[in-house]
Design a protein around this ligand. Structure first.
Ligand SMILES: [Zn+2]
Length: 68
């Protein structure tokens, strides 16, 4: 039933720009290159909420230290 996966992924567009998302299998996130946002996937379910998304940092930069 691989058609189910295809159909599911087809529905996964960015809620902000409606653009296609890239599935990051290692990070369990869906990335929007246009908005530079990553939407988390919890237990196999993508959380398509801007409030839950994190900004995608430049790959060359390190994550910023936590604020005090
Ligand atoms: Zn987007």
């Amino acid at each position: 039933m691989s058609t189910m996966d295809t159909r599911l992924m087809a529905l996964l567009v960015c809620p902000i720009c409606k653009g296609p998302l890239t599935h990051d299998h290692e990070a369990h996130e869906l990335h929007c290159a246009a908005d530079r946002l990553a939407f988390p996937i919890h237990d196999g379910i993508a959380v398509m909420l801007e409030a839950e998304a994190r900004a995608i940092e430049d790959p060359a930069s390190q994550p910023p230290p936590l604020a005090e």
